[in-house]
Ligand binder design. Structure first.
Ligand SMILES: [Zn+2]
Length: 162
């Protein structure tokens, strides 16, 4: 028993003993929120290093990512499902043992509008029954997600609508 404890403490000491005073940083503030169609975006990496790599965690087959210092360019293919999907991208530099992750979050196809066929009385735009309200996909200056509800037929609120 004593031996095991000794061994454990030795492992802990040697595991943390690598103090070479690396003051470099590498982190990513933002995650990416994109609409269901194919599009490109980029995420800035805040770092003191000259290079880093990126890798997807989980099923990221629908997204293409390339490092373009100091950005990670992200290209998202069309989401053909109505399900939202997301992928974690890890930005890392193994030599300095620094890493951070961001999320690429893509909305699913909008729920199909209830067809124009039966609508007899011409109450304009009355197909709102099944439309779920989504949160605005825009980012605020602080880098957090906008808290308003997205306008109908858009992923943005009235203010962020382009
Ligand atoms: Zn907004």
């Amino acid at each position: 028993m004593k031996n095991i404890l000794l061994l454990l403490s030795l492992m802990i000491i040697s595991g943390c003993g690598d103090d070479y005073g690396d003051s470099n940083i590498l982190f990513v503030f933002d995650s990416v929120y994109v609409n269901y169609y194919h599009q490109n975006d980029k995420v800035e990496v805040t770092t003191t290093l000259n290079d880093f790599k990126a890798r997807g965690i989980g099923d990221c087959s629908w997204i293409d990512y390339k490092c373009d210092y100091p950005y990670v360019n992200v290209s998202v293919s069309e989401n053909k499902s109505t399900e939202d999907r997301k992928c974690f991208i890890e930005v890392y530099n193994d030599r300095h043992n620094l890493r951070d992750t961001f999320i690429v979050y893509q909305y699913g196809l909008p729920a199909p509008f209830d067809g124009g066929n039966g609508g007899g009385n011409g109450v304009g735009g009355g197909s709102g029954t099944n439309v779920t309200s989504r949160r605005c996909a825009a980012k605020t200056k602080k880098g957090t997600r906008c808290k308003r509800t997205a306008a109908k037929g858009s992923i943005y609120c009235w203010q962020h609508k382009k």
